[in-house]
Design a protein around this ligand. Structure first.
Ligand SMILES: *Cc1c(COP(=O)(O)O)cnc(C)c1O
Length: 368
């Protein structure tokens, strides 16, 4: 094992601050960016606990599994939660958000997941942001699965808290994550007596000890290796061009969708409309009578490196997910995953069209 990971000079405050500026540039944001030293659930929980005032009302949009978690944290903080849940095969519409806010005018916080890697759908954040801004509520966005895969413009969209992680389309580490925090959000946190202070979950601590001090002294020893990996993936995105990286993800999603339809055998895109499907991952519905977990296990037995996984929880029988993100956003990865699923289906006596899938993937990849 190499010692290259070990004998490194300490990460300086200036270096840490420069990585934060790279994240801000990636998000095209003028807001403060805080890089938190943990997986993306850390800033997500930090945002909710910082903003959630007991007795207030929050609109929590549920379009996949993470929304459920956000609702639980909000309730835990004594917030009255209005859950707006839509089926996982679709997206939430701006009108649904407008109606929910009109029915609960006291709402002061809205939480939304942009793209859902787990269920393969994505939500129209720009239009929803307009609705939330018109209402005046604070707007939190989980953009972990959209950053790098599709346009993400927190400032232009009126997002007060935009949380990202490096482990999906950015092709980076999972151990550090970031959040952009608007002036309005800082104010809300400061006014919230329940906002974590003196806590690992505290964004206010980062503001007081790091940002307000001019980013001169880090409050704790940074996760050095994860920070360097985050910088490396930001450098790579800058070198490739963000548009190129997003284009690869869009092509991968289009190719997976077209390839699955051409493969046949009863596989169908889980998300009905292509415009509601996420560029980061494509979910497929398995034919009646087959079991998604078994098909995935069969495909992975042939090649454990394939970016395939069965749906989580109750979806394990009916949903297959192809994770075409980061280094897997390639024509090859998409076709290999579909071919392995085709072979698994063939093994159950279902007829599939591998050649048709191959040309559909190639054509969709070409057309973008
Ligand atoms: C991947 C992801 C996260 C990060 O959480 P993990 O469960 O640790 O992967 C958060 N939100 C969304 C929408 C994600 O896709």
């Amino acid at each position: 094992m190499t010692h290259a990971f070990l004998d490194l000079p300490p990460l300086t405050a200036a270096h840490f601050a420069s990585i934060e500026r790279q994240v801000a540039a990636l998000l095209r944001t003028e807001q403060d960016v805080v890089i938190m030293q943990g997986e993306a659930l850390l800033p997500l929980e930090a945002c909710i606990r910082s903003a959630a005032e007991p007795g207030s009302t929050a609109l929590n949009v549920i379009t996949g599994p993470y929304g459920q978690t956000f609702g639980n944290w909000l309730r835990d903080c004594g917030v009255t939660v209005v859950d707006l849940a839509v089926p996982f095969h679709t997206a939430v519409s701006p009108d649904q958000v407008r109606e929910a806010l009109a029915a609960h005018p006291e709402t002061s916080f809205v939480s939304l997941v942009h793209a859902e890697a787990a269920t393969g759908n994505t939500n129209p954040v720009a239009a929803i942001g307009e609705v939330v801004r018109a209402h005046g509520a604070l707007f939190m966005l989980d953009a972990v699965a959209s950053v790098g895969a599709e346009p993400l413009l927190p400032d232009a969209w009126g997002v007060d808290l935009c949380v990202i992680g490096g482990q999906k389309a950015m092709g980076g580490p999972a151990g550090v994550s970031a959040v952009s925090v608007s002036e309005r959000a800082w104010q809300r946190f400061a006014e919230n007596p329940q906002a974590p202070r003196g806590s690992y979950l505290s964004l206010l601590d980062w503001k007081r000890r790091w940002i307000d001090g001019g980013r001169k002294a880090l409050p704790h020893a940074p996760a050095q290796l994860e920070m360097l990996a985050l910088q490396a993936c930001l450098d790579r995105i800058e070198a490739d061009g963000l548009d190129t990286v997003m284009d690869r993800h869009a092509r991968a999603a289009a190719a997976t969708r077209a390839g699955a339809l051409a493969l046949g055998g009863g596989l169908a895109p889980y998300v009905h409309r292509a415009q509601d499907s996420a560029p980061v991952a494509t979910t497929l519905r398995v034919p009646a009578g087959s079991d998604a977990s078994e098909l995935v296990a069969e495909a992975l037995a042939a090649d454990p490196a394939l970016p395939l996984i069965a749906g989580g929880g109750a979806l394990a029988k009916e949903m297959i997910r192809i994770n075409h993100y980061g280094p897997q956003a390639t024509e090859d990865a998409v076709y290999s995953a579909l071919a392995a699923l085709g072979a698994a289906l063939h093994g159950t006596g279902t007829s599939v069209d591998l050649r048709g899938a191959r040309s559909a993937v190639a054509a969709a990849w070409q057309n973008g």
